[in-house]
Write a protein of this length. Structure first.
Ligand SMILES: CC(=O)NCC[C@H](N)C(=O)O
Length: 127
């Protein structure tokens, strides 16, 4: 069994941040689960242009409010506590935190190794 706490992740090599976000990679590739699970905070007012070309990602909102815009279709979906959105087609998107920090439980497949930050195109490198 694998047990990891947010508290022990704080300040570790798997506590990673970028412009407007911070993420604790709690379950990662080395755990062998086939996915990674992160506690992600997107700071209020942040607008992230993301395109996970090499990964599928789901995000479940715990607190805060925001929206996710599909860059191709132009659709905009509100995000509030209890909302999950899944980028099942490697969808290019814009994530906005509009009211408070967005606190998300984030799942990546295939799993991240834990120390990734975004490339210029909004993706993470493949393995
Ligand atoms: C929602 C999103 O993709 N935020 C950026 C950080 C990412 N969730 C991660 O955990 O690396």
């Amino acid at each position: 069994m694998i047990v990891v706490t947010s508290q022990e992740m704080a300040g570790s090599a798997r506590d990673v941040s970028g412009p407007g976000w911070q993420s604790k990679r709690m379950i990662v590739r080395e755990h062998g689960m086939g996915h990674s699970v992160h506690e992600t905070r997107v700071l209020e007012g942040a607008e992230l242009h993301l395109h996970y070309k090499n990964h599928l990602e789901s995000n479940y909102c715990i607190s805060g409010e925001g929206e996710v815009e599909h860059k191709v279709t132009g659709e905009v979906f509100p995000i509030k506590p209890g909302t999950i959105y899944s980028l099942n087609e490697n969808d290019p998107h814009i994530l906005r935190a509009t009211k408070g920090d967005l606190l998300l439980v984030c799942v990546f497949t295939p799993p991240l190794s834990g120390n990734e930050t975004h490339k210029a195109d909004g993706s993470y490198a493949s393995e």
